[in-house]
Ligand binder design. Structure first.
Ligand SMILES: Cc1cc2nc3c(=O)[nH]c(=O)nc-3n(C[C@H](O)[C@H](O)[C@H](O)COP(=O)(O)OP(=O)(O)OC[C@H]3O[C@@H](n4cnc5c(N)ncnc54)[C@H](O)[C@@H]3O)c2cc1C
Length: 380
């Protein structure tokens, strides 16, 4: 059952209708098989690009959709509901475009933003390293200025779209001053010395590529530095505030898909001569799942509306990420329970949903780190 949405404009209603059509006709029918075969959905990202969906929150002047976050996130939720790897990929792409769109100079934006928000190019966000995960400020990938370019050496870990992206928002060290020595670059995706390792073998999100990204004497033009030297961690964390809203929307889309599957199954499955939805034990479980989905959606929308009004939203984004991804984990686990033995098989999508939910509690800051962010904001 499609989620009921109160959208701010008729333009947004038309946009959501288009997104639902694409999700229903072009994404959902292929998701299970592609995930089983670990097929990267590059063609599907091209389709999103051609449909104007890769740059929804960015200005029209640069080819974006100029939609408020409230609308972009609901479109993202619909896409993730149909196919999680595509939803997460879209969210990562939008987050990867954020540094240039928000901190780039006019000249940088004029030069590079149109091609990454109006076309079908795909972005990656390269912050994490094997020894710098939750403690991102400990990263060691180094960028050394040499005339008109930087020379980058180091290895990034866990990079979504590694090897497949057309550009990366790269955080690298330019000085040995801890978090203040990190700088942000718009790195080209395909350039000499830049290689991706074999993809990680994950428990879910198997269509999405996650891999190490190696920089060996990679030359990045000096004019691709975003912000000033030393601004990198600030830019990275600011991007994550918005990115976490994207992951929240993906989580709600996944939970909605699991709820829909569970309700449909419970209506048609009979035991003891009755549809199992008629047993109150199960009906209450479904009611709790519905309450979790709707309250999670309200949480991310409330944070998004603050962002759209220019209000601070760091605490609200961390709360949304925590609430929405925990809800997705609980709802998908319960969906497996509602389907009984069938839920534990690959004949139904709920076991995949459950595997996909787990990673949402881990990336873009684990849910422990979200609590640290919320606590820090409360202490201010
Ligand atoms: C599928 C996938 C895709 C990803 N995509 C990207 C990407 O595109 N770009 C990118 O840069 N990164 C990406 N990541 C990396 C991701 O953001 C990190 O995995 C995450 O930040 C956690 O870091 P870690 O794995 O090193 O865990 P660790 O930091 O080692 O944490 C291990 C455990 O310790 C806990 N912990 C750590 N510090 C604290 C603390 N201070 N207080 C309480 N608990 C703590 C954590 O919550 C966790 O439970 C991706 C990861 C995955 C799995």
């Amino acid at each position: 059952m499609p989620a009921e949405r109160l959208l701010p404009t008729t333009e947004a209603e038309d946009l959501l209708a288009l997104v639902r059509e694409i999700a229903r006709d072009e994404l959902a029918p292929h998701a299970a098989e592609a995930e089983e075969q670990e097929r990267f959905p590059r063609d599907e990202f091209r389709l999103l690009g051609k449909s104007g969906l890769l740059g929804l929150p960015y200005p029209e002047r640069f080819g974006g959709g100029e939609q408020p976050y409230e609308v972009y996130l609901q479109a993202l939720e619909e896409i993730a509901s149909a196919w999680m790897s595509v939803g997460v990929g879209l969210s990562v792409h939008v987050m990867s475009s954020y540094a240039l769109a928000t901190f780039g100079t006019d000249a940088q934006k004029d030069r590079w933003l149109p091609e990454i928000v109006e076309g079908d190019r795909l972005g990656g966000y390269a912050l994490s390293e094997s020894q710098a995960g939750s403690d991102a400020g400990a990263l060691t990938t180094r960028a050394v200025l040499n005339g008109d370019h930087y020379v980058v050496n180091g290895t990034k870990a866990w990079i979504t779209h590694a090897g497949a992206a057309d550009f990366y928002t790269l955080m690298a060290r330019t000085a040995d001053t801890g978090g203040k020595g990190i700088s942000c670059f718009l790195a080209p995706g395909h350039t000499e010395g830049l290689t991706a390792a074999a993809p990680e073998r994950k428990m879910g999100l198997t269509g999405s590529i996650t891999a190490q990204l190696r920089f060996e004497d990679v030359r990045i033009d000096r004019d691709r530095l975003i912000g000033d030297e030393g601004d990198g961690l600030k830019i990275a964390l600011s991007a994550l505030d918005s990115g976490r809203l994207g992951i929240s929307a993906c989580a709600v889309g996944l939970a909605q898909a699991a709820l829909d599957e569970a309700v449909a199954y419970a209506k048609q499955r009979t035991q003891f001569g009755r549809a199992i939805i008629d047993f109150q034990g199960l009906e209450f479980m479904l009611a709790d799942m519905a309450a979790a989905v709707e309250s999670a959606r309200a949480t991310y929308l409330s944070a998004a509306r603050r962002r759209d009004r220019g209000l601070p939203f760091t605490r609200q984004a961390a709360i949304a990420k925590l609430v929405c991804t925990d809800a997705a984990m609980k709802v998908t686990t319960d969906a497996v329970q509602v389907l009984g033995g069938a839920g534990y098989t690959r004949d139904f999508p709920v076991e995949r949903y459950m595997r996909e939910a787990k990673v949402l509690q881990i990336f873009e800051g684990t849910n422990q780190i979200q609590r640290l962010v919320i606590g820090r904001e409360l202490r201010r």
